[in-house]
Design a protein. Structure first.
Length: 278
């Protein structure tokens, strides 16, 4: 696809770049489980270490009304990214396509003592049944989204005040690029980046502000070395019979996890409270 005049649009470029991360059929077929699957535990709220000082948390809290503020979290996982917004948020709405993530989100909201609602399904398909909120957040999801325009338009339409998005500056799977070369003789891509998201937002006529910060504390799950082999095996689509070789590789070449994140914020355009919502 291309815009009139032959140049591909930023949205088309994003879509092609995301598609380039697809894994060849022979790797997927040999994989004991999906290389893309996420562990719920990895995205659970760590009650002892809720990080209220990240740029993304601060940028969202700047906008949430001091009284009765609501936050919609799209691709909420276990609520790790919304927890630092309570307070001032007094209601959180979680959307996720994985039911087990929503169970974890509800448990976290109960521990935080905040009102919550959940919507089970894929964004933007579930947009019509998702309530409007003061602030919409969507953290660590966009590299999963090939068709960015309806996704972003949906986020904007459900935010009264602002949308705040956080993503690593490179695709999170890029940490495994070297290992894919070694174990599967496979070259992996190095784009898109957060700048490709900015290009799509500008193409939509939105006016995003953004900044890059060091990635803060990784989850308790990630910090446990026992989980590294499990995650590596899954991401690389390897069977347990390769564990010794894989452990040796990981010791020699620790995966270069992306250590910077971009926070991107732009105005919402949902109707203010009291007005009809289409
Ligand atoms: C990497 S996790 C991030 C979770 C959470 N936002 C955080 O920052 O900890 C991505 C989450 O987004 C969900 N997800 C991905 N694409 C989605 C979509 N189109 N609609 C709803 N949920 C989605 C996944 O199920 C997963 O729970």
């Amino acid at each position: 696809m291309s815009a009139a005049g032959g140049e591909p649009t930023a949205a088309d470029r994003w879509s092609d770049l995301i598609a380039s991360w697809g894994l060849p059929e022979h790797i997927v077929a040999a994989a004991p489980e999906s290389p893309w699957r996420h562990d719920v535990a990895r995205f659970a709220v760590d009650d002892e270490a809720i990080d209220r000082d990240s740029t993304s948390a601060r940028w969202a809290r700047e906008v949430i009304p001091p009284v009765g503020g609501t936050v919609l979290d799209v691709g909420c996982g276990g609520g790790r990214s919304v927890a630092p917004l309570v307070p001032p948020a007094t209601e959180v709405i979680g959307v996720d396509r994985v039911g087990a993530m929503l169970d974890e989100f509800v448990a976290a909201a109960e521990r935080l003592g905040v009102a919550r609602r959940t919507v089970h399904g894929a964004w933007p398909d579930v947009m019509a049944t998702t309530p409007v909120a003061d602030v919409v957040i969507c953290h660590h999801v966009l590299y999963d989204v090939g068709d960015l325009v309806p996704f972003v338009v949906g986020l904007t339409a459900r935010a009264r005040l602002a949308v705040v998005v956080e993503i690593p500056v490179r695709h999170p799977m890029s940490a495994w690029n070297g290992a894919f070369g070694h174990f599967w003789n496979l070259d992996r891509p190095d784009r898109p980046t957060h700048l490709d998201v900015i290009a799509v937002l500008r193409e939509l006529g939105l006016d995003p502000e953004f900044t890059v910060s060091p990635r803060r504390r990784r989850s308790r799950y990630d910090a446990d070395p026992a989980n590294l082999l499990t995650v590596a095996r899954r991401r690389l689509g390897l069977g347990g019979d390769r564990d010794a070789e894989l452990a040796g590789w990981l010791a020699e070449y620790p995966p270069p996890f992306v250590d910077e994140v971009a926070t991107i914020r732009w105005p919402g355009d949902a109707d203010p409270p009291g007005q009809a919502i289409a």
